[in-house]
Design a protein around this ligand. Sequence first.
Ligand code: HEM
Length: 458
Amino acid sequence: MAAPEVTNYDDYIHEPNNTKLDHLPGDWGMPFFGHSFQYLKDPLPFAQERYKQFGPISRVSTYGTKGLLCLGPDLAQQIMLDPGKDFSSKMGFHQRVATFFRGSLIMEDFEHHKFQRRIAQTAFKNESLKHYTKEINRIYDRAMDEWQASVGQETQFFMNIKNLLLEVAAEVFIGIQERGERVQKLSQGFIDCVDGIMYILPINLPGFAYHKGLKGRDFLESSIGALVPERRAGDGKDMLSHFCREKDEQGNYFSDEDIRNQMIFLLFAAHDTTTAAITHTIYYLARHPEIKQKLYEECVALGKDTLDYEDLDRVPYMQQVFNEVQRIRPSVPSVPRRTIREVEMAGVKVPAHTMVFTMPRFTHWMEEYWTEPFKFDPDRFSPERSEHKKHAFQFHPFGGGAHKCIGMHFSQMEYKCFLHKFLLKYDFVAKHKDPDVFMQTFPLPKPSDNMPIELALR
Ligand code: HEM
C-alpha cells in the first residue's frame, strides 16, 4: 500500500515568505546583513537584549531571512504543540535545508508527517533500543581500548567523539559492520553534506560549500539506496533494516525514496546533537571536578563496567547532568516554523507565511524560571529542587508536539553508555589555551577549540 494522498499542502507551500512585518516590534538591523553578525556570534545575549527592548516577539533578519524571534515558554508551547495547525515545519526548514533534507520527517506536515512518523517509530521500539544498546557498548569497548594510546597526551576530545559517533552511525544506523574505506567514504559524504548546509551562497559550482554538500548528499543517497534490496530481504536489526522492512498498523511501508530521505536526515539529526551533548559534558565536568567525582562514584556504585538497557534509569545523577547540559547549552539552538494563516501570538497578529523562530536556550536561561541560570548546577533537576517543573515548556531540548525528537531515548542511551564506560576507565583534565574559550553556537554548539583534554587511566 502506498502513502496516503497529501491533500493539505497545496494551500501554503507555494507562497513566498511574508516579510510585511513593519507593524510589529523590532527592527531589521543592518542593511543587507540584518542581525546576522550578532546572531552568529552568540544568539543568547542578542535574544536577551531583544526581549528586554521589545518583549517576547520581535522582528529579526538573519542569514538573509526575515521573520519573528519568538521567546519564552508560552510561545515555544504555542508553536510546538500547535493545536490549531497554524505552523508548518516543512516551510520553516524549507529555505535552508530543503535540498538536503527533502522528504524527511522534519520536512513534512500533518497527515503526511504522521504517516512517515508511524513507520519511522518502528525503529525506536524497546526491543530495537535494547539491540542498539548492546551494539553501541561493543563499539565503545573498542574505542576505550584504542583511546589508551593517547593517555598522557593532549587530544581534541571533540574530534574523537565525532569520529566515534560516526562509527556508531555506520554500524548501528546503516548496519555496515566492517571498518575501513567504505565507512570512511560514507563518513566523508556525511561530513560534506553537513558542511554544505552551512553554505553562504547556494551556488552549485565546484569550490562552493553548497556544491560539496549536494555531492555529499548524492553519495549518501546512492550508497544507502544500494543497500536497500539486501536489507529488505534480510533480517538485520540496524535502523536501515527496520526502515526497509517494517510497516505501520495499516500495512503501509516506506518506498525506496522515503528510506533514503529518512536515513539521511536521521544521520544528521542524531550525530551532531549527541556529539555536542557529550562534548559539552566533558567541558563542564572538567570545570567542575566535584561534579565529575560524584558522577564517577555513581558509575562505580552500579558495580558493572557496561550500562545495559535495563540500567539506563539507574544513573539518576547522570540524567541530571545530561539535563543540565541540555539546559545550559542545548544541542538544537533554534527551531524554525512558518505560519500557515494569520495567528495571534503574544497579543499581536502575525500574518500568514511568516517565518517564526523559537530559541530553547533563551527560555533555558530565563531568571523567572531558573536560579542563577548561567551556573552549571545539575542539582536543579534533583527530585527535591525540580526547578524545571514550573512551566511545561521551560525546558524543551527535544522540542515538543508532533515533531518532538524521535531519537530522545536513543540519544540518552548513547550518551549514558558512553559516559559510564569513559568515566570508569579514564580521568581527564582540560587543556584549553584560553580558559575563557569561546563557546560557539554555529555551525555546531561546542567549545571553539575542539575541547583539548589530557587523559589519565583510572
Ligand atoms: C542530544 C541529542 C538530541 C537533541 C537535543 C535533539 C533535539 C531535537 C529537537 C529539538 C527536535 C525537534 C525539531 C523541530 O521541532 O523542529 C528533534 C527532532 C528530531 N530528532 Fe532529535 N535530538 C537529539 C538526538 C537525536 C537522535 C539520536 C536521533 C535519531 C536516532 C534524532 C532524530 C530526530 C528526528 C528524526 C527528528 C524529527 C522528528 C519529526 O519531525 O517528527 N534526534 N530533535
